[in-house]
Ligand binder design. Structure first.
Ligand SMILES: C[S@@+](CC[C@H](N)C(=O)[O-])C[C@H]1O[C@@H](n2cnc3c(N)ncnc32)[C@H](O)[C@@H]1O
Length: 127
């Protein structure tokens, strides 16, 4: 799985925009759903930081929210760090899977659909 995301990190932003034209809309939908329950100074856990596009979209839209995000791909985390640079004071990135997430209480969490789907299948060695 990590090999895939190491490769993907090189092309991630443009590749995703082309393969998933609704990617930005997905981030907007996540933000709307979280905002229904989250306080203005809420704390969000993002499982699968990826290239940081979701984090940046959420941070752009919600200036009061803070974030912890995990990802087991060092290459993706490097890309995420670059993407979220404008929000560096509100975003903490952690190398690893959910076990790497801090124990802090969170007001909301985001687990992208891609992570549930082909991510888990590949991790399990299935085609
Ligand atoms: C499609 S990307 C996520 C993109 C990001 N959430 C966004 O929307 O901008 C999926 C990410 O999940 C990460 N990932 C895969 N398995 C994971 C796991 N078990 N725990 C946390 N992250 C995982 C991958 O390394 C990859 O960077």
């Amino acid at each position: 799985m990590k090999w895939f995301y190491s490769l993907a990190a090189k092309f991630f932003p443009t590749w995703y925009e082309r393969r998933l034209p609704g990617f930005a809309s997905l981030h907007r939908m996540i933000e709307i759903l979280l905002a229904e329950k989250m306080p203005p100074d809420g704390h969000v856990l993002v499982l699968g930081a990826g290239g940081g596009m979701e984090l940046k979209a959420l941070a752009d839209a919600q200036p009061g929210w803070t974030f912890d995000a995990v990802d087991p791909s060092a290459d993706m985390l490097e890309l995420a760090a670059e993407t979220v640079r404008p929000h560096v004071d509100r975003v903490r990135l952690h190398y690893g899977s959910i076990e790497a997430a801090p124990q802090a209480p969170f007001d909301g969490a985001s687990l992208p659909a891609s992570l549930l789907g082909f991510g888990s299948a590949l991790d399990a060695g299935r085609p």
